[in-house]
Design a binder for this molecule. Structure first.
Ligand code: ASP
Ligand code: MG
Length: 437
């Protein structure tokens, strides 16, 4: 079994949808296809929910009817026979009637989740209709029937496995299934989702529970590049990445893959391939368990980082100080990314500053606190085993003229990270490409 996931831009227009259908048909063997919403739709649906949250029902209805018109145009263009076009339009109208109905109900967080789920429901049903119009045998399976989360909002792999297996077993001999990314049901049975960008996660979870041969993530770039193509010229795709390397890159800003996607595939040792719908023959990137030794693979940057330094003479020769620091972050459910310690102080970084004020107030009981905002983590990924010689030095040397606030090395065998100012980011990325590749 192969899992083929197509992102929002890959299904972003009728032409792209037809192209995706062709790619699916050209791929051998049994497949489960996972689709995102058409690009822009999730944002539009969230804008509708935001108006409703403010009590602006009229504004929400205007947004709903504009979006509905767009979908009518998509259906007009996608289908060539009246039968399938009409049935798609009927489906679209039902979805948008539901949105209007939700708009007139008292608003709750469930309203938002129900609204945003419609993006994937629309894209999959349009593509489903198109396959039927083309006389291609395909089964639609609703993610809401098997993709279940637990009380922490995390996918419940045991339930997902048994529910999905039941559905697949009830359709013996079928080789092509279509389902929605991103959407799921929570333990209360309510419609929920796996958070923004969650369709990659859906694909990887499905891959894990059916023990797929591979998970293909189709986007509009030919794999993960060795640097950020938005800022650096002449970046090239990295053909092979270890799961750990890909996890670092995905978290530290490589937009192509959602970081949560790596874990289920890694635990079940299922290769994840990043492929390009615009250039399907391109090799792309394969993420797996083999590590190429002796090379630096890629550089990525993560913006909007806040650095926090706690200095205390009480830390000197004391034990338990770091525990007290960490407990404060735990209390405010704020993850720490980088950390560097000395005998009298500790610096760490966070990317979620929602509770910064409270965190600082609590930390001040432990020592003097200094904050640096608008920082960027530059992450260099590759075979950075400590026994290798010279790799970390090379990266550091590339940054010799840039002020570096923190360095983190040795936490894993796969990366060294630098914390720098926002205004130095582009220069740093270019220098690293120049010196490392
Ligand atoms: N449609 C959702 C989003 O835009 C999920 C996804 O595309 O992965 O975040
Ligand atoms: Mg995505």
């Amino acid at each position: 079994m192969k899992i083929m996931k197509f992102g929002g831009t890959s299904v972003g227009s009728p032409e792209r949808m037809r192209n995706v259908a062709r790619l699916i048909c050209e791929t051998d063997g049994p497949k489960i296809v996972v689709l995102s919403a058409m690009s822009g739709t999730t944002n539009s649906l969230l804008a509708i929910a935001a108006e409703l949250e403010k009590g602006n029902v009229h504004e929400a209805e205007i947004l709903i009817s504009t979006l509905k018109e767009n979908y009518h145009k998509v259906a007009e263009d996608l289908f060539s026979t009246p039968k399938w076009r009409d049935s798609a339009i009927k489906f679209i109208d039902e979805v948008f009637n539901l949105l209007v109905k939700i708009s007139h109900r008292p608003y709750s967080s469930l309203s938002e989740r129900e609204i945003v789920a419609q993006g994937e429901i629309l894209s999959t049903n349009l593509v489903y209709g198109y396959f039927q119009e083309q006389n291609i045998d395909i089964e639609m399976i609703s993610a809401l029937d098997f993709m279940k989360t637990d009380e922490h909002g995390e996918p419940d792999l045991n339930i997902i496995k048994s529910e999905l297996q039941k559905i697949l077993d009830s359709q013996p001999g079928k080789g092509l299934f279509l389902t929605q990314g991103f959407i799921c049901r929570n333990p209360k049975g309510e419609i929920d989702n796996l958070m923004r960008g969650g369709s990659d996660y859906t694909a990887s979870i499905i891959g894990a529970v059916v023990n797929a041969d591979e998970v293909q993530i189709w986007t509009d770039i030919d794999g993960m590049h060795n640097n950020d193509p938005r800022f650096v010229e002449e970046t090239v795709p990295v053909h092979n990445l270890h799961f750990e390397e890909a996890a670092e890159l995905a978290y530290f800003g490589a937009k192509i893959l959602h970081p949560t996607c790596i874990l289920p595939a890694k635990l079940n040792n299922i290769p994840v391939r990043l492929l390009n719908t615009m250039d399907p023959k391109a090799e792309g990137t394969t993420i797996g368990n083999t590590l190429d030794t002796g090379s630096i693979k890629a550089v990525a940057a993560k913006d909007n980082i806040t650095a926090i330094k706690i200095k205390s003479s009480r830390m000197l020769l004391a034990y338990g100080f770091l525990k007290k620091v960490f407990e404060i972050f735990e209390k405010y459910e704020t993850p720490i990314d980088m950390i560097a310690t000395s005998e009298v102080g500790v610096s760490l970084t966070i990317d979620n500053d929602k509770h910064l004020k409270e965190i600082v107030a609590d930390l001040e009981e432990l020592g003097t606190v200094t904050i640096d905002t608008d920082m960027v983590i530059i992450c260099v990924v590759g075979d950075l085993d400590w026994q290798n010689r010279g790799f970390e030095a090379k990266a550091l040397d590339a940054l010799r003229n840039i002020p570096v606030r923190m360095i983190s090395y040795g936490g894993s065998n796969y990366n060294v990270s630098f914390l720098i100012r926002k205004q130095d980011k582009v220069k740093a990325l270019r220098l690293l490409s120049y010196h490392l590749f």
